[in-house]
Design a protein. Structure first.
Length: 508
């Protein structure tokens, strides 16, 4: 067994998410708890699944940790248990749940209720484990798994990687000839105690200079009047709801056709096209509701080690931890009617972000902020820093790469699910022609069930209170919209989702 230190400090991005998580909790707006949903054909054996869950936690021990704070510096760290195997077995007993709904007629409503009950159970960052697995046996020989965690722990790519770890470490005797992930730890997956040092070799005075650039990066927006769609004050969040759709085959062909029609070729073309569609949907929604604004602001998260998929490789990164920075796209309202103008603005802003190495500058800013005591960090986030001016969240992710590092990308089903509680995150690799194929776990067997689809949700409880997330797996494109209830009601969220879908398939 690899020796892992008992104390693993949070990286700069995780420190930001922790401070934000605690700020949201203090405002009764929920935290940043997330979940990944895996749909499968066949019946997963509960005992084998629980054992695979324990094995994956044992191999990635930060999932077993408790969150603590250094007394002297006031900075957070993960306290990893010394007896990992025993801790993993105990954690699996506590954090794994199984519900048999095969003979339940109204199984969807029952699943909704059970997920809400599990989600409301006491599990916090100060207790082990940091991850939970809900297993539902469904009618028609189907299985659904909910992998729940906090954004402080990891992002959507981490959630997909954890399931890949479960597949890799499951008992191999009854794999039934299904595609199997290699038993050896992937070279691209670093140990939990080996985070990549983004600023290695950059002296402190240079880091501070880079961090200062962040304050000067958006001077042109200071004169813009950014109006939220829903005026404050905002009610306390009672639940996080979401709806989910997926498309495949002819719909994906239409999406590619429209992406090529409206957006220039290059890295992240599909992601840029989906961002275009989100902006256009926002513009239509603002127009329908008669809300005036000078521009729409949209985050476009990307992995700091591989901005917008421009590099051939990234350094090995651990399963846990977030390595995300983001240009904030600013699309003026007077240009939103013209799709090509919006597409060009998105491309120019992303290109500027890459050319000026704003990814490193943002990480330096996060590093500088992470030097504060945890309590002070939360106080700073209470200041009017401009986060509330976002018109929407946005995220897109693809399968985890295999023999190259876990890369992030842009990035905060035909089944229409009713509103559901909780949320999840979404960030990942982009559509780069030079990117090696990833480990697409679609078609992989876990404990006897074959995974057919996987999708995640992302909470954004601060204004604007909603977040569209897209992800590719196998031959499917998933779309999930999460929102804070009652700040956003179901009819408004439904309209937003419909407008996004219309924009994606315009001309279909």
């Amino acid at each position: 067994m690899t020796i892992i230190p008992n104390r693993i400090p949070l990286n700069p991005c995780d420190s930001l998410y922790l401070a934000h998580h605690r700020l949201l909790e203090s405002r009764a707006q929920g935290g940043t708890d997330s979940f990944f949903v895996f749909e499968a054909d066949g019946r997963a054996d509960p005992e084998r699944l629980r054992q695979a869950f324990a094995a994956a936690m044992n191999a990635n021990p930060v999932t077993l940790a408790t969150l603590r704070t250094f007394r002297l510096t006031g900075r957070p760290y993960w306290q990893v248990p010394t007896q990992r195997r025993q801790a993993a077995d105990l954690a699996a007993e506590r954090a794994y749940s199984y519900d048999d709904l095969r003979n339940v007629d109204d199984w969807r409503s029952r699943l909704e209720h059970l997920h809400g009950v599990h989600d409301a159970s006491a599990w916090t960052l100060s207790e082990s484990p940091q991850i939970r697995l809900e297993h539902y046996d469904l009618p028609q020989n189907r299985t659904r798994l909910y992998l729940c965690f906090s954004h402080v722990l990891m992002g959507a790519v981490g959630g997909m990687s954890f399931m890949a770890e479960m597949c890799r470490l499951q008992q191999r005797s009854t794999i039934n000839g299904a595609p199997a992930i290699k038993s050896n730890r992937p070279q691209a997956l670093a140990q939990d105690d080996r985070p990549f040092d983004i600023l290695a070799g950059i002296p402190i005075h240079r880091r501070i200079k880079l961090a200062r650039r962040v304050f000067r990066s958006i001077p042109s927006r200071k004169k813009l009047r950014i109006t939220p769609l829903l005026p404050p004050p905002y009610p306390k969040t009672k639940s996080m709801c979401f709806l989910h759709k997926f498309w495949q085959t002819d719909k994906l062909i239409q999406l590619r056709t429209n992406a090529q029609r409206w957006t220039a070729a290059g890295p992240a073309q599909h992601a840029r096209f989906l961002a275009l569609c989100v902006v256009r949907a926002l513009h239509r929604l603002y127009t329908e509701r008669g809300v005036e604004t000078d521009a729409y602001l949209l985050p476009f998260p990307t992995n700091v080690t591989n901005p917008v998929g421009l590099n051939k490789t990234s350094p090995p990164l651990p399963l846990t931890g977030n390595y995300l920075v983001s240009p904030t796209l600013c699309i003026r309202r007077d240009a939103a009617e013209d799709r090509r103008a919006v597409a060009q603005a998105i491309l120019q802003q992303i290109q500027t972000f890459v050319d000026r190495r704003e990814n490193i500058a943002q990480w330096a800013f996060l590093w500088l902020a992470s030097l504060m005591r945890s309590s002070m960090y939360q106080l700073v986030l209470r200041l009017p820093l401009g986060f509330e001016s976002l018109a929407s969240g946005f995220s897109y992710f693809r399968p985890v790469p295999s023999e190259q590092p876990i890369q992030g990308s842009i990035g905060v089903s035909p089944v229409d699910s009713p509103p559901r509680q909780n949320c999840g995150i979404g960030v990942s690799p982009v559509d780069s022609p030079r990117r090696k194929p990833g480990v697409d776990i679609a078609g992989t067997t876990i404990a006897g069930a074959t995974i057919t689809n996987a999708w995640a949700t992302t909470a954004m409880t601060m204004p604007p209170g909603w977040n569209p997330v897209f992800n590719r797996i196998g031959d499917k494109l998933n779309f999930t919209l999460s929102w804070a209830h009652p700040a956003v009601d179901y009819p408004l969220a439904r309209r937003y989702a419909d407008l996004i879908e219309e924009e994606i398939f315009e001309g279909a």
